[in-house]
Write a new protein. Structure first.
Length: 124
C-alpha cells in the first residue's frame, strides 16, 4: 500500500536500513545482513526511491521477486497511471485506488494469456 503524508509517499512493503547504498529491503527480510538494522525499528521506504533503485534482495530470486522487479521497472515511466498492463507473458499488473483511497500496485500471474486473479503479488 502507498501512504501519502504531505508530499511524501511511503510503502509498507519495503523498509530502509542504515546503509549508505542498497538500503531498501522487502519487509519479509527482518534485518539487514550488512548494518544489522532490524525492520521493526526502521522507516518504511519512499515510493520514488523504491521505483528508482529497485530493492535489495539477498539470496535466490523467486517468481515473486521477479514479478516485483518487472513491476518496478514498468512504474518508472507510469507511476501516475491507474490501469491494467501486461508486464510480459508471465505477469499482468494492476495499478488502482483501493476503497480507502490508497494507491495499490498488484501483479498477477498470467496463464495461457489469461490473468489469474487468484494469484496476486502486492508490489506497493
Amino acid at each position: 500500500m502507498i501512504e501519502s503524508m504531505d508530499d511524501i509517499e511511503l510503502t509498507d512493503k519495503y523498509w530502509d536500513c542504515e546503509c549508505e547504498k542498497d538500503y531498501i529491503h522487502l519487509h519479509l527480510q527482518e534485518s539487514c545482513p550488512v548494518c544489522k538494522a532490524e525492520s521493526e525499528d526502521q522507516p518504511d521506504s519512499r515510493v520514488p526511491e523504491v521505483i528508482k533503485n529497485g530493492f535489495v534482495m539477498f539470496g535466490e530470486e523467486t517468481a515473486e521477486t521477479k514479478a516485483k522487479r518487472l513491476a518496478l521497472a514498468w512504474l518508472k515511466n507510469n507511476l501516475n497511471i491507474d490501469e491494467w498492463a501486461s508486464l510480459n507473458d508471465e505477469f499482468d499488473l494492476n495499478v488502482y485506488m483501493d476503497d480507502n483511497g490508497n494507491k495499490r500496485v498488484t501483479v498477477f500471474s498470467a496463464v495461457n494469456g489469461e490473468t489469474d486473479l487468484e494469484s496476486s503479488i502486492e508490489v506497493l
